[in-house]
Ligand binder design. Sequence first.
Ligand SMILES: [Zn+2]
Length: 383
Amino acid sequence: MVSNETKNRPRLWVDFPPLAYAKGEFYFVGVMPLASKGVIYIVIDSFHPRALRHCREKGKLPALSFLIERGHLDESCISIFPTVTPSCTSTLATGDHPAQHGIPGMVWYHRGERRIICYGANWLSILKSGVYQSSMDFFFNLNHKHLGWDVRTIYEDLESQGITTAAANPFIYRGNDEYDAKIPLSIKLTTLFELDKGKIHGPKKLCLGQLHQPPGNLDLVTEDVRYWKNFGINDKVSVAAATWFLQQDERPDLLTIYFPDTDSVAHSENADCCEPCLTNVDKHLSKILDCFDSWEQALEEYVFVLVGDHAQSTLEKGKRAFIKIPEILKQYSQARLGENPVEGKDIAICSNARTAYIYILQHRQGMRKDIMKKLLAELISIR
Ligand SMILES: [Zn+2]
C-alpha cells in the first residue's frame, strides 16, 4: 500500500535548483518548487522541441501536455557541446561543462592511458575496441575513472546531505554506495569470462539494467519487459523501475529516470516530428503519474523536471554530409581505435557525429598550422 501523504522531506528546493542542472535541450517544471516536495528528474535522450510541438498539435501527448499546462516550457535552453550523450548526461548529472567533468565526447583520446576511448558508439567500434575494453569503458570506467573526481554528481551531493536518491537506468550513476555488478551472460561469454565481475558505486536506490537491481521484487517486474534489450538499459525497464520505486513505502526524495529509446528511434525516423518517440515517452509518463491517486496529487508530492540531453539534426536526404578527415590528413600517421597503447603515431582523430577532435600526439614545428590549413581548404572547397 502506498501512502500518498506528503512526507516531511528536506527542503530540496534549497539544495536542488533545477536550473543549475537543467542544461539540456529544454526543460519544464511541473509546479514551482515548494518545501517538502520531492523531485522527479527525467532525462529523455534526443528530446526534440520541434517533435514535441508537432505531436502536441496532434493531441497525442496527454501526459506531457498536462505537465506543460501546469508548469513551464522553456525552449531556449541549449545543450552543451559536443552534443553527444556521454558528455551531455555528465553535464546533466553534475551541472558542469565537459572541461570540468572530463567527458569530452562519445569518442576521445586519453593522454594518460594513451588510447582512444569509445563508449560503444556502434557494433563496429565495439569490435575494434574489443568487447572487454568497450564493456569496461561503458559500464565502469566512464563513471569511475573518466568522470572527474573534482566534480560531484547529483547523487553524491544530495546523499551527503541526507537526502534519499533513487535512479532508474541512469547513464551517469556515480554515487556513494558500493554494489557488486552482475555482468550479463552475453558479456561474460564474449569476453571468455575475462569480465565476470566488478564493483559499481551508485545512489542508495539504483536500478541499472541487468547490472544491478535493488533488493526486493523489482527483478520480477522487469522480467517480462525486454530485460535483455540493451542489457536492460531501455525505456520499458526504466519505467518499470521508476514506478516500482514510487510504489515502495518509502518514496525517494529525488528520483531520476533516463529514457534512452527516443535517441535510436529518432535516428531511424524523422527527428523533427518523430511521433513514435514521444508517444511512447508519453505513455511511460502516464504510468509514472498513475502511481499517485491522481495526476494532481503527483504534482502535490513531486516537482517534475524534464530535460533532453540534446536533439538531432535531419540531414538532407540522399547526401552523406561528411568530411573525410583521415584522408585529408593522410600524410600523418593516425592512431586506431583498439590500439592500446598507441605507439609512435602523429595524430588521433576522434569523430563524434558532426564534430571531431584531432589530437596531436607527436608535435613537430608547423604541424598545427598545416592541419588547420588543410581542413580550411577542404571546407572552402565544399561550400
Ligand atoms: Zn543522447
